[in-house]
Design a protein around this ligand. Structure first.
Ligand SMILES: Cc1cc2nc3c(=O)[nH]c(=O)nc-3n(C[C@H](O)[C@H](O)[C@H](O)COP(=O)(O)OP(=O)(O)OC[C@H]3O[C@@H](n4cnc5c(N)ncnc54)[C@H](O)[C@@H]3O)c2cc1C
Length: 437
């Protein structure tokens, strides 16, 4: 599967083949976004099919706008559950806060909760559609191992089986434990923060919700929060979830934890007297195979999502570049933003190379702009996470070592316009005209 590549003067032409490592949500979406820009790509995925870690995810207007541009929105819309708020309630049922997750009139989209498998299926379907099939190639059971060199001829890199490839750009969409990232940060390790989200799926009727009880909801209590979020387009099932402390362990330890879902069911039921009846109903019957464990790993804030070695043609995005804690539900949504903006940048840069009458906008400065712009939004999401934690965590947790109290941020009204109303194409246009002015 060797790659050809073309050059334009001394600059590699970014319109030629791009290698994407990882067929997760970021990698699949990126191939579509590049195809729309006329850029051909090949995705290399180490597994024999895209990673599906189960459960449903929440998509907010900023990501839905991207998925609409990729032609996927109308297909997932009818397969997901629409909602507008995440409610916060106390143990006696009082509504303490409403956090907006979407609003048709204000942002053009409601929030959408959709199974990850549905999202993967629809992204994959789109890659094989007539519009994209000549521009997107998928290679499964193809594990990226390392970069060999990054010179004017392109990036040469190796698969685990020793096969070498050369591509114009190498983009790591290979998740939080990214191997591509090692080229940029050889010594960086992810850190397990000692917390995991434990979730299960149960029939909604089991909860015996009072009439007019809005879900999704987070019920806060002195022993932590309990989350209830609808699944299926008709909301007939719900995800239920709690967060728990867990000691760091090795792969065998995680296997052991996964092999005993009954321990997680026991945890879900623990301290039932501290929660309202809805929670006790929710945890009364849990099927062990519906248990999902999400250990929270973090990567430190990275100075660079683009290599500064060689020709600077190795890029990381999505979880590989910034693993965002789950609080505001923005992990996947921010990954879609990375992808879409990068494709716009590469598309505009390609135009500049292809049309000699246009002023050439260097790829380096465009990528730098991309990272700065994206990082500034990720930083604002991290700040939003803190604002949510100030409402969600118990007073005890807020006093802990990772405290936001005592000198931490003040509680503010939620401001979400910046998050849900971005116009990525305008931002890129403005940047392009500022550098070519
Ligand atoms: C249990 C669980 C539940 C979650 N729930 C939510 C949620 O509700 N909302 C939310 O926003 N986020 C959620 N997240 C986080 C979310 O899954 C990530 O933000 C998102 O998947 C990031 O997408 P990605 O494509 O960047 O990486 P990933 O989804 O991790 O995809 C990376 C892909 O790269 C492949 N790969 C890795 N290494 C190589 C290699 N060397 N060669 C080739 N391929 C490779 C992997 O097999 C995988 O397919 C959850 C995470 C977990 C674990």
């Amino acid at each position: 599967m060797g790659h050809s590549h073309s050059t334009s003067g001394t600059q590699p032409n970014v319109a030629s083949k791009v290698a994407i490592i990882g067929a997760g949500l970021s990698g699949l979406a990126l191939s579509l976004a590049l195809s729309l820009q006329g850029i051909e790509s090949t995705i290399y995925e180490s597994r024999d099919s895209p990673l599906n870690i189960g459960g449903a995810v929440m998509l907010s207007p900023n990501a839905l706008k991207v998925l609409e541009a990729l032609g996927v929105f109308s297909r997932i819309e009818r397969r997901g559950y629409k909602f507008e708020y995440l409610d916060f309630r106390d143990t006696v049922g009082n509504l303490t806060e409403r956090y907006e997750f979407g609003n048709q009139a204000k942002y053009g989209y409601t929030g959408l909760r959709v199974f990850r498998t549905v999202l993967i299926e629809e992204l994959l379907h789109a890659t094989q559609s007539h519009q994209h099939c000549h521009k997107i190639h998928l290679a499964f059971s193809a594990k990226f191992a390392r970069v060999i060199s990054d010179g004017h001829e392109g990036v040469t890199w190796e698969l685990a089986d020793g096969t070498r490839q050369t591509s114009t750009l190498l983009i790591g969409a290979d998740g939080i434990h990214s191997t591509v990232r090692r080229y940029i940060y050889p010594d960086l390790e992810t850190t397990f923060i000692g917390q995991a989200g434990i979730t299960a799926a149960v029939p909604t009727e089991q909860l015996k919700l009072p009439a007019d009880y809005y879900i999704p909801v987070t019920i806060t209590s002195p022993v932590g929060a309990f989350v209830i979020a609808p699944q299926e387009p008709d909301g007939s099932r719900v995800l239920i979830g709690r967060q728990r402390r867990m000691p760091a362990t090795d792969r065998a330890g995680w296997d052991e934890i996964h092999a005993h879902p009954e321990r997680q069911i026991e945890f879900m039921r623990s301290d039932g007297d501290q929660f309202p009846e809805i929670v006790r109903n929710a945890t009364s019957t849990i099927q062990p195979d519906s248990i999902n464990i999400w250990p929270f790993f973090i990567v430190p804030k990275l100075d660079s999502w683009v290599s500064d070695k060689g020709n600077g043609r190795v890029i990381i995005l999505g979880d590989a570049a910034h693993a965002i804690p789950p609080t505001a539900g923005q992990g996947i949504n921010q990954a879609f933003e990375d992808v879409y903006m990068l494709a716009l940048i590469l598309g505009r840069t390609k135009d500049a190379y292809e049309d000699a009458s246009k002023t050439t906008v260097p790829l380096e400065s465009s990528l730098k702009f991309w990272q700065q712009y994206r990082q500034s939004r990720v930083d604002k999401v991290l700040d939003l996470n803190k604002q949510i934690d100030l409402r969600r965590l118990s007073a005890k947790d807020l006093e802990g070592p990772s405290s936001y109290g005592g000198g931490g941020p003040e509680r503010r009204e939620f401001d979400l316009d910046w998050l849900y109303r971005p116009d990525f194409a305008v931002v890129i246009d403005q940047f392009m005209s500022s550098v070519s002015a």
